[in-house]
Design a binder for this molecule. Structure first.
Ligand code: AMP
Ligand code: MG
Length: 187
C-alpha cells in the first residue's frame, strides 16, 4: 500500500507522521521534499519553490522516480500543490503520479487560524506569509488537484479534517496519526 500524505505548509503534517512512526511499525516513511532537496543541492529547502519551473520539473521527476522504486507499505510526505511565484504548481502531475502509483491520497485539513498560528511559531522554516483567505484557498485548490490525480492513478482521496476547535496542535496530530494507521490495518 502506498499512501501520499499532503497538507498546506504549517498544517502539522510532519508532526502527524512522527506520531504515526511510533504506532505503525510496518510502514516506511519518505519525505518527497528531502529527496528533492538532496537532488537540488541548494542550501535551504524553502528556496526550492523559487526555482524556475523548468528546473523545478526536472528535480521533481528525478525525486519521483527514486521514490517510485520503493516497495511495500510506504507513506510519502509531500504536497498536493506548491505555491510558486508563478502560481499553484501540481505536486503530482501525470508523470509523477504514475511513477509513484499511490493507492490513497490523503489531504489533512485544518482551520486557517490554526495553520497561521503554527507558521508564526515555526522559526526553522521560511513559510510564506499569507492571509487566512489565501490559506483556505490553497486547501480548496488541493482538493481539486487531488481529484485530478485520483482520476489518473485510480487512487482514493481521503480527507482527514482537523477543523474541530477544542484540540491542541499535538492532539490534532495524534488524532490524524491514528486515522492514517487505520489505512494499513490488514496490510
Ligand atoms: P516540505 O518540507 O514538506 O514543506 O517540502 C519542502 C519542499 O519540497 C516544498 O516547499 C516543495 O518545494 C518541495 N516538494 C515537496 N513535495 C513536492 C512535490 N510533490 N512536488 C514538487 N515539489 C515538492
Ligand atoms: Mg513538513
Amino acid at each position: 500500500m502506498k499512501v501520499v500524505v499532503t497538507a498546506v505548509p504549517g498544517c502539522g503534517k510532519t508532526t502527524v507522521l512522527k506520531y504515526l512512526e511510533k504506532i505503525a511499525n510496518n510502514v516506511e516513511f519518505v519525505n518527497f521534499g528531502d529527496v528533492m532537496f538532496e537532488i537540488s543541492k541548494l542550501g535551504d529547502r524553502d528556496e526550492m519553490r523559487s526555482l524556475p519551473v523548468e528546473k523545478y520539473r526536472k528535480i521533481q521527476l528525478a525525486a519521483a522516480k527514486k521514490i517510485g522504486k520503493m516497495k511495500g507499505n510506504i507513506i510519502i510526505d509531500t504536497h498536493c500543490t506548491i505555491k510558486k511565484p508563478e502560481g499553484y504548481y501540481p505536486g503530482l502531475p501525470e508523470d509523477i503520479v504514475r511513477a509513484l502509483s499511490p493507492d490513497v491520497i490523503v489531504l489533512i485539513e485544518k482551520n486557517p487560524q490554526d495553520i497561521l498560528k503554527q507558521r508564526k511559531k515555526d522559526k526553522s522554516r521560511k513559510r510564506d506569509s499569507e492571509t487566512l483567505g489565501e490559506i483556505e484557498l490553497q486547501q480548496q485548490m488541493n482538493r481539486m488537484f487531488a481529484a485530478a490525480y485520483a482520476t489518473i492513478s485510480k487512487a482514493t482521496v481521503k480527507i482527514i479534517s482537523l477543523r474541530y476547535k477544542e484540540r491542541k496542535a499535538f492532539q490534532h496530530a495524534i488524532d490524524a496519526s491514528k486515522k492514517l494507521a487505520e489505512l494499513f490495518k490488514g496490510d
